[in-house]
Every structure is written in C-alpha cells, then in structure tokens.
Design a protein around this ligand. Structure first.
Ligand SMILES: NC(=O)c1ccc[n+]([C@@H]2O[C@H](COP(=O)([O-])OP(=O)(O)OC[C@H]3O[C@@H](n4cnc5c(N)ncnc54)[C@H](O)[C@@H]3O)[C@@H](O)[C@H]2O)c1
Length: 356
C-alpha cells in the first residue's frame, strides 16, 4: 500500500478549510491535526472536518504530531514564524498560501530558511489547474502562436490579492523565464490600510531574460474584463506571439486566434476543481524528488521579487534590476511615496472597492 502522508493545517479560515478538505479527500493524505489562534473558529473547523487533534499553538501541535506536511493558510503578515514551525517539526513539505511575503525583507528571510533546511515548499497559485488556464498553456506549447514576444495580466482586485497570481501565470505562459528588470507606476492610498496592503492601482512592465515583455495591471485603473460579471474574476492573462494570441479570463473561459483560425472554450475558476490536482502533485513530489510540484517555492519566489521590484520602481522611479540583492520594506516605501490624490477608475464597478 502507498504511504499516507500525515498533514497538519494551521489557519482555519477560508483557505485553510479548502486545503484541509482537499487533503482529506485525497487518499494519499490524512489530516492529523489543525490549529488556529481563534478558539471558536478552531472548534467549528474540528467539528466540520472530524479532526481530533486541535490547538491554538501551531508550534505545539506540529511538535507533538511531527507531520510529513505542514500547511499554513494565515494572512500574509504571518509567514516566517510558521515557516520556522514547519521546518522545526521535521516536515518534508510545507504548503503555504500566496503571497510569499508582504515585503522583500521577509521574502529574503523565508528564502534563507527554506534553502538552509532543504524542505520542499509549495505556494498556492492553484488557478494553474483550471481547464481554461491549461488550454491556453497547451496552445502556447503547441507552437501555434509562433515566437512569444509578450505576456500580459490584468485584474480589478488589488495588488497583494491578485498580482502574485497574475505574475505566476504570466511566467508559466513564458516558460518560467526569469526577469531582468521592471518599471512601474501606482496611484491611490486607500488599500494601503487593507489586510492585503496595496496601492489602489499599479501598472508595470517586466523585461524577461528571454526577451519577452510582460505587462501587468492590478486594481482600480486596470481595464475592465466585460466578458466576466463576477468582479473578483475580472482577470485576463495571455500571451501574444508572432502568429497569434491566446488568453484566459479567470471567470470566462479562454480563446486563441492563430493562423489556424479561432478556438475558444469554457472554464471558470473553481476551488473544488483546482485544489485536487494541486494537492495530488504534493504527493507526487513527496514520492519522487524528480516530480517537482508546478507551484514550487523557487517559481513563486521569483514572482515575489518581481512584485517587490515593481513597488520599488513606484517609490524610487525608473527601472529596477532583478534579482534583488538585499531585502527592504517596500510597503513603507509606498507609504512615503504614493500621492495623496484619489485614484481614478477605469470602470464604475470599481467605485465600491476603491472610493469608499
Ligand atoms: N490561492 C488563492 O486562490 C487564495 C484565495 C484567497 C486567499 N488567499 C490567501 O490565503 C491567505 C489566507 O487567506 P484567508 O482568506 O483564508 O484568511 P482568513 O482570515 O479567512 O484565515 C486566516 C486564519 O489564520 C488564523 N491565524 C492567524 N495567525 C495564526 C497563527 N499564528 N496560527 C494559527 N492560525 C493563525 C486566523 O485566526 C484565521 O482564522 C492569504 O495570504 C490570502 O492572500 C489565497
């Protein structure tokens, strides 16, 4: 019989519950313990999941249970302490939520801990498993777009929620290429006070090492995606090549226009469909070092550096070279540099989020 991997999940909010349920639904995993600092939330989660071991101290639960997989789904201001807990528990794989960190200073520390311990880490950019996201990847891989010269991503939601996803899928469509430099501009301070602190609007350019140009926009001024009704799924990610283009809409399927004609298909972001393959690839990677998870830390970390370099460009102006050579507090840089002027909208539907 194949080995069953024992899992502890910390942070039983929306995403913690998604992860715990998906681990339980996969025969290769068993959720042996859960944690949350909020006792009422913890009790409700334990009853719903039927997990016997629970605790408000993640370090204690992980130390006691010594899981194979330590998963944490806390908000983005809680990262290094839980990475440390995962490593110290002896887990072979840590599964964490995006974004990797809120600043490059924390990102550098997370990377140092991950590299010095040798633990496998995956970061939840699970939209990759959507059939419509994969259809676009397949068109690109088939060569039907010719030589890719541009990848792009837009979202109506704000940066700390959305740009990590956009950059991850843009890099995926661009063969996981590294970035050489970025340049960006931003407006609006309203969402700097949010739990996902962000400028209300940011737009930037990315120069990839393979010569491909990335264009990314997030927030109040990003273009509408009129094909999609649900506001959070107004995201468009795609690639243009010498022979055509292909793009996915998070809430509205995909399309490609190539020399062979027009293709399109359905598809909508759906946690119930995206989580199972994301979880299965963790078992595959634990079973076999060669089967590296698509959402591995190295890839996500490159995305974090791109996001942080975009913020540094906003604060300091001009181009920012990658990789970054030292950590910094980009949120503080934005707080001191973003103009007071209210953000201007691209779409009246954005007013409810950005002008309240
Ligand atoms: N991948 C995706 O599609 C996706 C979607 C939504 C959110 N997210 C990300 O997931 C993360 C969590 O988001 P959420 O909506 O689930 O948040 P949430 O607020 O619903 O849940 C977070 C939970 O963590 C708990 N917590 C905080 N500190 C803790 C600690 N030290 N030990 C144990 N528990 C602790 C909180 O009490 C809370 O219950 C964020 O980083 C967010 O950006 C990702």
């Amino acid at each position: 019989m194949e080995k069953k991997y024992r899992v502890v999940v910390a942070g039983m909010g929306k995403r913690g519950m998604h992860h715990a349920a998906a681990f339980q639904a996969n025969g290769r995993f068993e959720v042996v313990g859960i944690c949350d600092i909020d006792q009422a939330r913890l009790d409700a989660a334990a009853a719903k999941l039927g997990v016997a071991v629970k605790g408000t101290d993640a370090a204690q639960v992980a130390r006691d249970l010594k899981p194979d997989v330590f998963c944490f789904c806390t908000m983005a201001n809680v990262r290094t302490p839980l990475i440390r807990i995962g490593i110290e528990s002896g887990a072979r794989l840590i599964a964490m939520e995006k974004p990797v960190a809120l600043t490059s200073a924390v990102g550098f520390e997370v990377k140092r801990l991950v590299e010095s311990s040798g633990v496998k880490v995956v970061v939840s950019h699970q939209h990759r498993y959507g059939s419509h996201y994969r259809a676009v990847k397949d068109v690109i891989a088939s060569g039907a777009l010719g030589r890719i010269h541009t990848v792009y991503g837009t979202a109506s939601g704000w940066m700390m929620h959305m740009i990590s996803h956009l950059i991850d899928y843009m890099r995926w469509y661009n063969g996981e290429a590294a970035a050489e430099w970025v340049m960006a501009q931003a407006a609006g301070r309203g969402k700097m006070a949010d739990a996902h602190p962000s400028p209300d609007y940011i737009g930037g350019f990315i120069q990839f090492a393979n010569g491909v140009r990335g264009i990314v926009e997030c927030g109040a001024g990003a273009p509408d995606v009129p094909e999609v009704d649900y506001w959070w799924r107004k995201c468009r990610i795609g690639a243009q090549g010498t022979d055509g283009y292909a793009e996915v809409l998070t809430g509205g399927g995909w399309r490609a226009v190539t020399k062979n004609g027009v293709q399109s298909g359905e598809g909508c972001m759906n946690y119930d469909l995206d989580m199972p393959p994301y979880i299965q690839q963790m078992a595959d990677w634990l079973d076999d070092d060669a089967r590296v998870h698509e959402c591995n830390f190295d890839s996500a970390y490159q995305g974090l550096e791109i996001m942080m370099a975009l913020c540094r460009s906003v604060a300091g102006r001009g181009q920012v070279a990658l990789p970054l050579t030292a950590g910094a507090d980009e949120l503080e840089m934005l707080r001191t540099s973003l103009p007071e002027q209210k953000v201007l909208l691209s779409n009246p539907m954005n007013a409810k989020e950005y002008l309240s």
